[in-house]
Design a protein around this ligand. Structure first.
Ligand code: AMP
Ligand code: MN
Ligand code: MN
Ligand code: MN
Length: 299
Protein backbone atom coordinates (compact mmCIF):
# COMPACT_ATOMS: atom_id res chain seq x y z
CA UNK A 1 0.00 0.00 0.00
CA UNK A 2 1.63 3.24 -1.04
CA UNK A 3 0.63 6.86 -0.51
CA UNK A 4 -1.99 6.63 -3.28
CA UNK A 5 -4.61 4.99 -1.09
CA UNK A 6 -8.06 6.21 -0.16
CA UNK A 7 -7.50 5.88 3.58
CA UNK A 8 -9.82 7.72 5.96
CA UNK A 9 -8.36 7.36 9.45
CA UNK A 10 -10.34 9.95 11.42
CA UNK A 11 -14.10 10.16 11.95
CA UNK A 12 -16.75 10.03 14.69
CA UNK A 13 -19.88 7.97 15.35
CA UNK A 14 -22.77 8.18 17.83
CA UNK A 15 -20.40 6.53 20.32
CA UNK A 16 -18.87 10.03 20.70
CA UNK A 17 -20.03 13.21 18.94
CA UNK A 18 -20.91 11.96 15.46
CA UNK A 19 -24.51 11.51 14.32
CA UNK A 20 -24.15 8.22 12.39
CA UNK A 21 -23.77 4.67 13.70
CA UNK A 22 -20.52 2.79 13.00
CA UNK A 23 -22.45 0.72 10.43
CA UNK A 24 -23.82 3.79 8.61
CA UNK A 25 -20.34 5.34 8.57
CA UNK A 26 -18.85 2.16 7.12
CA UNK A 27 -21.47 2.13 4.35
CA UNK A 28 -20.86 5.81 3.62
CA UNK A 29 -17.09 5.35 3.57
CA UNK A 30 -17.42 2.41 1.19
CA UNK A 31 -19.76 4.37 -1.10
CA UNK A 32 -17.12 7.12 -1.26
CA UNK A 33 -14.39 4.69 -2.26
CA UNK A 34 -12.57 4.38 1.08
CA UNK A 35 -10.19 1.39 1.01
CA UNK A 36 -8.75 1.59 4.54
CA UNK A 37 -10.91 2.97 7.33
CA UNK A 38 -10.63 3.77 11.07
CA UNK A 39 -13.34 4.99 13.43
CA UNK A 40 -11.72 7.38 15.95
CA UNK A 41 -14.30 8.33 18.57
CA UNK A 42 -13.25 10.79 21.28
CA UNK A 43 -11.85 9.10 24.43
CA UNK A 44 -13.84 5.94 23.74
CA UNK A 45 -13.31 2.61 21.94
CA UNK A 46 -16.76 1.15 22.58
CA UNK A 47 -17.57 1.30 18.85
CA UNK A 48 -14.51 -0.60 17.64
CA UNK A 49 -16.01 -4.08 17.36
CA UNK A 50 -19.01 -2.83 15.44
CA UNK A 51 -16.81 -0.71 13.16
CA UNK A 52 -14.42 -3.57 12.41
CA UNK A 53 -17.31 -5.93 11.69
CA UNK A 54 -18.99 -3.34 9.45
CA UNK A 55 -15.73 -2.72 7.57
CA UNK A 56 -15.39 -6.47 7.04
CA UNK A 57 -18.97 -6.66 5.74
CA UNK A 58 -18.31 -3.75 3.35
CA UNK A 59 -15.02 -5.19 2.09
CA UNK A 60 -12.82 -2.42 3.55
CA UNK A 61 -9.53 -2.82 5.40
CA UNK A 62 -9.75 -1.63 9.00
CA UNK A 63 -7.49 -0.14 11.68
CA UNK A 64 -8.68 0.31 15.27
CA UNK A 65 -8.90 4.00 16.20
CA UNK A 66 -9.44 6.54 18.96
CA UNK A 67 -8.92 10.30 19.44
CA UNK A 68 -7.67 11.09 22.95
CA UNK A 69 -8.14 14.53 24.54
CA UNK A 70 -4.88 15.81 26.04
CA UNK A 71 -3.90 18.95 27.95
CA UNK A 72 -0.50 20.19 26.79
CA UNK A 73 0.93 23.46 28.21
CA UNK A 74 -2.57 24.51 29.17
CA UNK A 75 -4.11 23.85 25.75
CA UNK A 76 -6.26 20.99 24.46
CA UNK A 77 -4.50 18.82 21.91
CA UNK A 78 -5.91 15.69 20.27
CA UNK A 79 -3.87 12.52 19.83
CA UNK A 80 -5.20 9.87 17.46
CA UNK A 81 -4.33 6.24 18.17
CA UNK A 82 -4.35 3.70 15.33
CA UNK A 83 -3.88 -0.07 15.16
CA UNK A 84 -3.89 -0.78 18.92
CA UNK A 85 -5.31 -3.85 20.64
CA UNK A 86 -8.81 -2.71 21.67
CA UNK A 87 -8.82 -5.19 24.57
CA UNK A 88 -5.73 -3.66 26.19
CA UNK A 89 -6.58 -2.96 29.84
CA UNK A 90 -4.25 -0.01 30.45
CA UNK A 91 -5.66 1.75 27.38
CA UNK A 92 -9.26 1.01 28.39
CA UNK A 93 -8.66 2.28 31.94
CA UNK A 94 -6.85 5.36 30.67
CA UNK A 95 -9.83 6.21 28.47
CA UNK A 96 -12.30 5.67 31.33
CA UNK A 97 -10.23 8.08 33.40
CA UNK A 98 -9.99 10.62 30.55
CA UNK A 99 -13.72 10.75 29.85
CA UNK A 100 -14.60 10.56 33.57
CA UNK A 101 -14.65 14.32 34.07
CA UNK A 102 -17.07 15.00 31.21
CA UNK A 103 -20.26 14.69 33.28
CA UNK A 104 -19.28 17.36 35.82
CA UNK A 105 -17.80 19.53 33.07
CA UNK A 106 -21.14 19.38 31.21
CA UNK A 107 -23.03 20.46 34.35
CA UNK A 108 -20.59 23.36 34.80
CA UNK A 109 -21.03 24.33 31.15
CA UNK A 110 -24.82 24.33 31.64
CA UNK A 111 -24.43 26.55 34.72
CA UNK A 112 -22.40 29.02 32.62
CA UNK A 113 -25.02 28.98 29.88
CA UNK A 114 -27.82 29.46 32.44
CA UNK A 115 -26.14 32.69 33.55
CA UNK A 116 -26.29 33.80 29.92
CA UNK A 117 -30.04 33.05 29.92
CA UNK A 118 -29.97 29.60 28.30
CA UNK A 119 -31.80 27.21 30.62
CA UNK A 120 -31.75 23.43 30.93
CA UNK A 121 -28.81 23.01 28.56
CA UNK A 122 -27.46 19.95 30.39
CA UNK A 123 -30.69 18.01 29.86
CA UNK A 124 -30.94 19.39 26.33
CA UNK A 125 -27.40 18.34 25.39
CA UNK A 126 -27.83 14.92 26.97
CA UNK A 127 -30.72 14.18 24.59
CA UNK A 128 -28.25 14.49 21.69
CA UNK A 129 -25.60 12.28 23.28
CA UNK A 130 -25.76 8.71 21.97
CA UNK A 131 -23.34 7.78 24.75
CA UNK A 132 -24.05 9.57 28.05
CA UNK A 133 -20.45 8.94 29.20
CA UNK A 134 -19.25 11.01 26.31
CA UNK A 135 -21.19 14.26 26.52
CA UNK A 136 -19.27 16.89 24.55
CA UNK A 137 -19.46 20.48 23.46
CA UNK A 138 -20.84 19.24 20.13
CA UNK A 139 -23.99 17.98 21.90
CA UNK A 140 -24.50 21.39 23.51
CA UNK A 141 -24.03 22.98 20.09
CA UNK A 142 -26.74 20.75 18.59
CA UNK A 143 -29.12 21.64 21.45
CA UNK A 144 -28.56 25.38 20.97
CA UNK A 145 -29.26 25.05 17.25
CA UNK A 146 -32.40 23.01 17.93
CA UNK A 147 -33.63 25.64 20.41
CA UNK A 148 -33.11 28.38 17.83
CA UNK A 149 -30.39 30.22 19.81
CA UNK A 150 -28.00 29.95 16.85
CA UNK A 151 -28.27 29.07 13.17
CA UNK A 152 -25.54 26.43 13.08
CA UNK A 153 -23.03 24.70 15.31
CA UNK A 154 -20.08 26.90 14.22
CA UNK A 155 -22.01 29.94 15.43
CA UNK A 156 -22.68 28.21 18.78
CA UNK A 157 -18.96 27.50 19.24
CA UNK A 158 -18.03 31.05 18.30
CA UNK A 159 -20.56 32.68 20.63
CA UNK A 160 -20.86 30.22 23.53
CA UNK A 161 -18.39 27.35 23.70
CA UNK A 162 -14.85 28.60 23.12
CA UNK A 163 -12.50 30.10 25.68
CA UNK A 164 -13.88 33.32 27.17
CA UNK A 165 -17.51 32.47 26.28
CA UNK A 166 -20.30 31.61 28.78
CA UNK A 167 -20.40 27.84 28.14
CA UNK A 168 -16.63 27.31 28.22
CA UNK A 169 -15.17 25.44 31.19
CA UNK A 170 -11.46 24.91 31.79
CA UNK A 171 -10.75 21.20 31.85
CA UNK A 172 -7.75 19.00 32.46
CA UNK A 173 -7.58 16.04 30.08
CA UNK A 174 -4.94 13.28 29.88
CA UNK A 175 -1.24 14.18 29.76
CA UNK A 176 0.59 13.89 26.43
CA UNK A 177 2.86 11.24 27.91
CA UNK A 178 -0.05 9.12 29.19
CA UNK A 179 -2.01 9.27 25.93
CA UNK A 180 1.00 8.33 23.79
CA UNK A 181 2.02 5.57 26.21
CA UNK A 182 -1.47 4.03 26.41
CA UNK A 183 -1.63 3.82 22.62
CA UNK A 184 1.89 2.54 21.97
CA UNK A 185 1.86 0.00 24.81
CA UNK A 186 -1.36 -1.38 23.32
CA UNK A 187 0.59 -2.02 20.10
CA UNK A 188 -0.72 1.04 18.25
CA UNK A 189 0.69 4.20 16.71
CA UNK A 190 0.14 7.64 18.26
CA UNK A 191 -0.56 10.43 15.75
CA UNK A 192 -0.85 14.20 16.38
CA UNK A 193 -4.33 15.16 15.13
CA UNK A 194 -4.90 18.28 12.98
CA UNK A 195 -1.83 20.27 14.22
CA UNK A 196 -2.84 23.49 12.44
CA UNK A 197 -5.92 23.76 14.67
CA UNK A 198 -3.95 24.53 17.82
CA UNK A 199 -2.73 28.01 16.88
CA UNK A 200 0.53 27.42 18.74
CA UNK A 201 3.53 29.71 18.38
CA UNK A 202 6.48 28.17 16.54
CA UNK A 203 8.17 27.43 19.88
CA UNK A 204 5.08 25.82 21.39
CA UNK A 205 4.59 23.68 18.29
CA UNK A 206 8.23 22.63 18.34
CA UNK A 207 7.79 21.61 22.00
CA UNK A 208 4.68 19.59 21.14
CA UNK A 209 6.37 17.65 18.33
CA UNK A 210 9.61 17.16 20.28
CA UNK A 211 7.91 15.90 23.45
CA UNK A 212 5.48 13.77 21.44
CA UNK A 213 8.41 12.04 19.71
CA UNK A 214 10.24 11.70 23.02
CA UNK A 215 7.27 9.80 24.46
CA UNK A 216 7.23 7.42 21.46
CA UNK A 217 4.75 9.17 19.15
CA UNK A 218 5.25 8.24 15.49
CA UNK A 219 2.75 10.03 13.27
CA UNK A 220 1.07 13.31 12.34
CA UNK A 221 -2.07 14.12 10.37
CA UNK A 222 -1.04 15.92 7.21
CA UNK A 223 -4.18 15.75 5.06
CA UNK A 224 -7.20 16.37 7.29
CA UNK A 225 -10.55 18.12 7.00
CA UNK A 226 -9.15 20.70 9.44
CA UNK A 227 -6.26 21.75 7.18
CA UNK A 228 -6.13 23.97 4.12
CA UNK A 229 -4.14 22.78 1.07
CA UNK A 230 -1.33 25.14 2.13
CA UNK A 231 -1.31 23.46 5.54
CA UNK A 232 -1.01 20.00 3.92
CA UNK A 233 2.35 21.16 2.58
CA UNK A 234 3.45 22.80 5.84
CA UNK A 235 2.78 19.64 7.86
CA UNK A 236 4.22 17.38 5.15
CA UNK A 237 7.46 19.31 5.72
CA UNK A 238 7.04 18.99 9.52
CA UNK A 239 6.51 15.22 9.17
CA UNK A 240 9.76 14.92 7.18
CA UNK A 241 11.63 17.20 9.60
CA UNK A 242 10.61 15.16 12.66
CA UNK A 243 10.74 11.77 10.93
CA UNK A 244 7.03 11.14 11.51
CA UNK A 245 4.70 9.00 9.41
CA UNK A 246 1.84 10.88 7.73
CA UNK A 247 -1.89 10.26 8.18
CA UNK A 248 -5.01 11.23 6.27
CA UNK A 249 -8.54 11.59 7.67
CA UNK A 250 -11.68 13.65 7.12
CA UNK A 251 -12.72 14.15 10.80
CA UNK A 252 -16.25 13.56 9.52
CA UNK A 253 -18.97 13.96 12.22
CA UNK A 254 -22.30 14.35 10.47
CA UNK A 255 -23.83 14.72 6.99
CA UNK A 256 -25.44 17.99 8.14
CA UNK A 257 -22.47 19.61 9.87
CA UNK A 258 -19.23 18.36 8.39
CA UNK A 259 -17.50 20.31 5.66
CA UNK A 260 -15.41 17.32 4.68
CA UNK A 261 -17.11 14.15 3.48
CA UNK A 262 -15.61 10.72 4.26
CA UNK A 263 -12.97 9.61 1.78
CA UNK A 264 -12.93 12.75 -0.38
CA UNK A 265 -9.70 14.50 0.64
CA UNK A 266 -6.68 14.64 -1.70
CA UNK A 267 -4.09 11.86 -1.42
CA UNK A 268 -1.04 12.37 0.77
CA UNK A 269 1.68 14.49 -0.83
CA UNK A 270 4.79 12.60 -2.01
CA UNK A 271 7.97 11.75 -0.14
CA UNK A 272 6.18 10.82 3.06
CA UNK A 273 5.85 7.52 4.88
CA UNK A 274 2.10 6.81 5.20
CA UNK A 275 1.06 5.56 8.64
CA UNK A 276 -0.49 2.49 6.98
CA UNK A 277 2.90 1.39 5.71
CA UNK A 278 4.21 1.17 9.28
CA UNK A 279 0.95 -0.35 10.51
CA UNK A 280 0.74 -3.08 7.84
CA UNK A 281 0.71 -5.88 10.41
CA UNK A 282 -1.99 -4.13 12.48
CA UNK A 283 -4.51 -3.84 9.62
CA UNK A 284 -7.57 -6.08 9.68
CA UNK A 285 -7.62 -6.92 5.99
CA UNK A 286 -10.89 -7.21 4.12
CA UNK A 287 -11.81 -10.61 2.78
CA UNK A 288 -11.10 -10.90 -0.97
CA UNK A 289 -14.78 -11.13 -1.75
CA UNK A 290 -17.71 -9.47 -0.03
CA UNK A 291 -20.49 -11.71 1.38
CA UNK A 292 -22.74 -10.60 -1.50
CA UNK A 293 -20.12 -11.50 -4.08
CA UNK A 294 -19.58 -14.87 -2.40
CA UNK A 295 -23.32 -15.53 -2.42
CA UNK A 296 -23.63 -14.65 -6.10
CA UNK A 297 -20.80 -17.00 -7.08
CA UNK A 298 -22.37 -19.78 -5.00
CA UNK A 299 -19.24 -20.04 -2.78
P1 AMP B 1 -15.10 18.53 23.58
O1 AMP B 1 -14.24 17.29 23.46
O2 AMP B 1 -16.33 18.29 24.40
O3 AMP B 1 -14.32 19.73 24.01
O4 AMP B 1 -15.64 18.84 22.12
C1 AMP B 1 -14.74 19.01 21.07
C2 AMP B 1 -15.46 18.82 19.75
O5 AMP B 1 -16.18 19.98 19.43
C3 AMP B 1 -14.50 18.64 18.60
O6 AMP B 1 -14.10 17.31 18.47
C4 AMP B 1 -15.33 19.07 17.43
O7 AMP B 1 -16.17 18.01 17.02
C5 AMP B 1 -16.23 20.14 18.02
N1 AMP B 1 -15.74 21.51 17.71
C6 AMP B 1 -14.70 22.16 18.28
N2 AMP B 1 -14.60 23.41 17.79
C7 AMP B 1 -15.60 23.54 16.89
C8 AMP B 1 -16.04 24.60 16.05
N3 AMP B 1 -15.43 25.80 16.03
N4 AMP B 1 -17.12 24.38 15.26
C9 AMP B 1 -17.77 23.19 15.27
N5 AMP B 1 -17.40 22.16 16.05
C10 AMP B 1 -16.33 22.34 16.84
MN1 MN C 1 -15.62 15.94 17.68
MN1 MN D 1 -9.98 16.67 17.14
MN1 MN E 1 -11.97 14.33 15.52
Amino acid sequence: MNSILNADLHCHSVVSDGTLTPEALAARAKANGVELWALTDHDEIGGQQRAAAAAQAQGMHYLTGVEISVTFIGHTVHIVGLGFDADNLALKNGLIQTRGGRGQRAKDMAAGLAKAGILDAYEGALKFAGNHDLISRTHFARFLVESGVCRDTSEVFRKYLIEGKPGFVEHRWATLQDAVTWITQAGGMAVIAHPARYKFTANQEFALFTEFKGHGGQGVEVVTGSHSPAEYLIYAATAREFGLAASRGSDFHSPDESHTELGTLPYLPGQLTPVWEQLADRIQYAPHTTPEAKASTGD
